[in-house]
Design a protein around this ligand. Sequence first.
Ligand SMILES: Cc1cc2nc3c(=O)[nH]c(=O)nc-3n(C[C@H](O)[C@H](O)[C@H](O)COP(=O)(O)OP(=O)(O)OC[C@H]3O[C@@H](n4cnc5c(N)ncnc54)[C@H](O)[C@@H]3O)c2cc1C
Length: 381
Amino acid sequence: MHYDYILAGAGCAGLSLAYRLNQHPELRQKKILVLDKNLKNQNDRTWCFWVQGSTPFDAIAHKTWDNIWFHHAAFSQKFNLAPYRYQMIRGLDFYEFVLNDLSQNPHITIQWGNIANLQSQAQVASLELDNQAITADWIFNSLPPTMPEKRPNFHYYLQHFKGWVVETPQAFFDDSTATFMDFRIPQQSGEARFFYVLPTSPTRALVEFTVFSENLLPEAQYDEELKKYFQTFLQLSDYQIVEQEFGIIPMYDTSFATRHSPRILNIGITGGRAKASTGYTFMNIQKQSDRIIASLLNNQHPFYTESAWHRFQLYDSMLLNVLKNHRKLAADVFRIMFERHPLPRIWRFLDEKSNFWEELQIMASMPPLPFLQALPQVLWR
Ligand SMILES: Cc1cc2nc3c(=O)[nH]c(=O)nc-3n(C[C@H](O)[C@H](O)[C@H](O)COP(=O)(O)OP(=O)(O)OC[C@H]3O[C@@H](n4cnc5c(N)ncnc54)[C@H](O)[C@@H]3O)c2cc1C
């Protein structure tokens, strides 16, 4: 069988791109194959992100907050997000919404099975689905990345987190406000530890313990930290855990290559879409889909141009270097950002849309020594 496009992996990146292809009057006529080994009928993750304006998936937003709390032992503040908002999409709602949309198009086939052996030649790409060879003009690959070979002075942090969705018998949560980052818990040098509290109703919230570090914690520790947070900060004892999630996101500053081979483009986490300093990925995946669609239309191939190096990678690497070398706590870096800068500037900076003047203002507000020490190490590596 030969297809125009194969989406190898129907997770966030594969389905986001498939959805966008299916929205386009010309591209939706292409012969498209969407593949995954899992039926995508589980709520295996929840995505949250800040956003301004509309997104293709607003219709399935599970919750939207106009306000957030930021907490640190030395600074707590509630912020109104306008003109942004913080939005939550449940994985299962997303999978069902996109798979239903794709199933209306007779040019799109969805198949379940194990993918292996992705390869490209000059004019054709191929893979094996349960040992059966399939070819395409282009393959979009979002299968999990393999760990890159470690290089000196690059950083290989992980964002790892465990979340409980809890229900309370009585109204307890203020669901008009999400806790974006709560750094009041004890911090370890070389790491960042914080909580998200994401209330979806007065009686229900996703509470997530999150760590940036090089190694995972012992499994039981995530639950212990969650229990402690409920006791100490939420002061809530009467609750029931109704769902749990665990996740690991690579925060590597050696980016995964977008180009797998001449006819295969890596997308999603595998295509380096996780931001190294925060782990946020969902909106970067949407941006990548936009660029692929534009390139297919304008260039008849999906390989959009991306500068090999840009200044935001330098900022991300500097933060990771400051963390790794125990120069400053990440909690303090985020506190300074939230204490001294207007939120739109912070979001623009983290979205890599700020201008150089805004970046200089953020840099100037940081303690100079830790970042000056990091700079030569990340520049000359
Ligand atoms: C629990 C969790 C919560 C997250 N929360 C957020 C968040 O709040 N905000 C944010 O911005 N980012 C978040 N992320 C990070 C990121 O947005 C997600 O990891 C996102 O799903 C990445 O999309 P992806 O398509 O690259 O990978 P995935 O969504 O993991 O898709 C990869 C697909 O490949 C399939 N697959 C793997 N191997 C094979 C094989 N051999 N054959 C066939 N299929 C295969 C898998 O079944 C999967 O469907 C979260 C990640 C996790 C794990």
